[in-house]
Design a protein around this ligand. Sequence first.
Ligand SMILES: Cc1cc2nc3c(=O)[nH]c(=O)nc-3n(C[C@H](O)[C@H](O)[C@H](O)COP(=O)(O)OP(=O)(O)OC[C@H]3O[C@@H](n4cnc5c(N)ncnc54)[C@H](O)[C@@H]3O)c2cc1C
Length: 239
Amino acid sequence: MTEPVVFRWHPAVVTAVEALTPWVKSVRLACDLAKSYRAGQHVDVRLTAEDGYRAQRSYSVASVPDGSGTFELMVEGLPDGEVSGWFSEVAAVGDTVELRGPIGGSFSWDGPDGGPLLLAAGGSGVVPLLAMLRRRAQAYPEIPAALIYSARTRAEAIALAELEARDRAEPGFSLHLTTTREDRARRVDADLVAAAMARLGPPGRVFICGSNRFVGTASDLIVAAGVAPGLIRTERFGA
Ligand SMILES: Cc1cc2nc3c(=O)[nH]c(=O)nc-3n(C[C@H](O)[C@H](O)[C@H](O)COP(=O)(O)OP(=O)(O)OC[C@H]3O[C@@H](n4cnc5c(N)ncnc54)[C@H](O)[C@@H]3O)c2cc1C
């Protein structure tokens, strides 16, 4: 029997590597899977060592289809991280990995799904939400959107320059950043959610992504602010 396309592994070649923050690398991969996917979806990445040892992990796609045939991933290098460590310390242009996907139809968005879009991210959980904002800017700028983003510090906030530029330039988009390890450190709280919803109005779609703890807290706060739980989609990156 033929395997469904989503489960087959496809070769992918690294075409660019760029440092985004002290710990996060942007890695662009050319792969035939990159022709068509939805903002918010992820791919599985498989690495194979010379002795045949294999490791695989999931990574959200930060880019949107643009005809280039490439995916952009944004990978945070974790201490002793088997796969993220490879991306942050070893990956170089010309290296080959394997990908399968795109995966995650329910945690994805496109314009016909509607809005307003309320997005909440902790740390690298911003990656799939960045893809949704890029898609909105590319094709549906009239749909209102707000991003609540909790990062450890401004220097560690992924794509902060892009997000702040969108906040300034795109009517209908607002960024609500909080940092947890700087002067006046603050975690996501009811006031921050209220500020985002005051700018946005009642959301029609809500996407929350980050650590287990962040997703639990943000979901509780958003429901407490009056949003129906059925509108909320969550994705948990792990620890
Ligand atoms: C759907 C999905 C999408 C994801 N998208 C992204 C993405 O866009 N960017 C990204 O950087 N990561 C993403 N992740 C997390 C990623 O899949 C890996 O879990 C992460 O890179 C760690 O893998 P590793 O092999 O480097 O670490 P491992 O060798 O598995 O673990 C090393 C150490 O890190 C701890 N650890 C493992 N995972 C995490 C985590 N997520 N956060 C904190 N500590 C952890 C382990 O407990 C261990 O102590 C995603 C996860 C899922 C499920």
